[in-house]
Design a protein around this ligand. Structure first.
Ligand SMILES: Cc1cc2nc3c(=O)[nH]c(=O)nc-3n(C[C@H](O)[C@H](O)[C@H](O)COP(=O)(O)OP(=O)(O)OC[C@H]3O[C@@H](n4cnc5c(N)ncnc54)[C@H](O)[C@@H]3O)c2cc1C
Length: 388
């Protein structure tokens, strides 16, 4: 059987669109992308106006990856001639006694030469009087933090992949994947395609695809939600006047300046219930919304207003919340990425790494923390630690 494409990308959400773009920069028309729904659909993980992007992370390795993430977005922006990242500044705040230690974030940034400021509550409120904080709150400010414009970035990756010659097919579900004499056969939408390398970026559907290789990872899918609030203080929450922020405690909350809608956006991280692909709904959870409103009423009251809408979305969580970026054991020609509920900011660089692994078999980025063979992923019922 003749080979149809050098590279096939399975799944064109955030990560797969990134992979299709970076592959197409090198391999052009040798790239096929397959997406089961329409491009830009809302059933996965990647589609909203905004996702947080930041250099502030808890380990130096993540800070290094975040630096390469900004570089990768900048390359896309240059080629696509449009912006997909908006720097608003980023604020990590929380109580001094907290489930998440800001010191680990500060040390990681320091060791990677990233400039940041440590701020006391009074200084935070002087700069952003929108916050109501008591003295036991402190924070870190990093000027590069901001918004990755998710929907727009996905469309830019897809458009530029096509401009480089890639074929992206929507509404074709992959229903079978088989190793075939050192290559891979993929069945989708009634057709069969053979490729030299397969890139899997299937988000919450990852285990369905890994199943073709006899693999099942202990992933937990949760139904998350974000809410847009019709604040009467719109000007106070414009980008430029207000940063993206993360409340560093358990539970963890996060929010955005006004962007994409006529209001603020606030959510709880891992505030959703475990679901399956069959049990997920598109109904927001009122309890989750109540927690978000209670939090904001206390610390950020002027951001609140009538709910414009809450939007559901899925997380695909590994037990340690680290990504999977690796080849499938026993199948070096199949590479896979799973985003663990914080990958959008890295969508372009993860796509780039997947393309490097598929084309060269290696990447300059450190992917060892994201090994599919790490012991925790071999356990059936591992301890889950989602705060990081
Ligand atoms: C509410 C919410 C807030 C978030 N906030 C942030 C944030 O602020 N910052 C951040 O960095 N990250 C954030 N994330 C996480 C980030 O959005 C995800 O990690 C990232 O989008 C994952 O992208 P993905 O491509 O892996 O998954 P998806 O976007 O779900 O893409 C997978 C694609 O594969 C397709 N597919 C699956 N199976 C098949 C098949 N058999 N055939 C064909 N196609 C198939 C699916 O249809 C889907 O389009 C957030 C996520 C949510 C839900």
């Amino acid at each position: 059987m003749k080979r149809d494409y050098e590279y096939i990308v399975l799944g064109l959400g955030g990560l797969g669109s990134g992979a299709a773009y970076w592959l197409a920069r090198t391999a052009g028309a040798e790239v096929l992308g397959l997406e089961q729904f329409e491009l830009g659909h809302l059933r996965g993980e990647s589609q909203d106006h905004s996702r947080i992007i930041r250099l502030s992370y808890h380990t130096p390795a993540y800070v290094r990856l975040a630096k390469r993430a900004y570089e990768s977005w900048a390359e896309l922006e240059k080629e696509a001639k449009e912006s997909v990242v908006l720097r608003t500044g980023g604020l990590d705040i929380g109580p001094r006694q907290s489930a998440i230690q800001l010191a680990t974030y500060a040390e990681s940034m320091h060791s990677e030469g990233v400039e940041y400021e440590s701020l006391e509550a009074a200084e935070i409120m002087r700069r952003w009087p929108q916050f109501r904080l008591t003295d036991e709150i402190h924070g870190l400010y990093q000027a590069d933090g901001g918004i990755a414009m998710a929907a727009r970035a996905n469309a830019a990756h897809q458009r530029m992949a096509r401009e480089h010659g890639a074929r992206l097919k929507e509404r074709v579900a992959v229903t079978d994947v088989r190793a075939a004499s050192g290559e891979v056969d993929v069945t989708a939408g009634g057709a069969s395609y053979r490729c030299r390398r397969l890139v899997v970026a299937a988000g919450p559907w990852s285990n369905q695809i890994l199943d073709f290789f006899g693999l099942h990872l202990p992933l937990e899918i949760t139904q998350e939600q974000v809410t847009y609030f019709d604040t009467p203080h719109l000007r106070d929450f414009e980008p430029g006047r207000f940063p993206i922020w993360i409340w560093m405690n358990d539970p963890r909350y996060y929010g955005f300046p006004v962007f994409g809608e006529r209001g603020t956006k606030i959510a709880q991280d891992v505030g959703g219930k475990p679901v399956t692909l069959d049990t997920r709904t598109f109904e927001p959870d009122p309890e989750n919304l109540r927690r978000v409103e209670d939090f904001a009423r206390r610390y950020l009251p002027s951001a609140l207003g009538p709910v414009i809408y809450s939007k559901t979305c899925l997380y695909t969580l590994t037990p340690d919340r680290n990504f999977v970026i690796d080849s499938v054991p026993g199948h070096d020609n199949v590479v896979v990425a799973i985003g663990a509920g914080h990958a959008f900011k890295f969508a372009s660089v993860i796509g780039r790494i997947l393309s490097e692994l598929a084309i060269d078999g290696e990447t300059p980025s450190e992917v060892s923390p994201f090994s599919i063979k790490r012991p925790l992923l071999q356990e059936k019922d591992p301890t889950r630690t989602y705060l990081m």
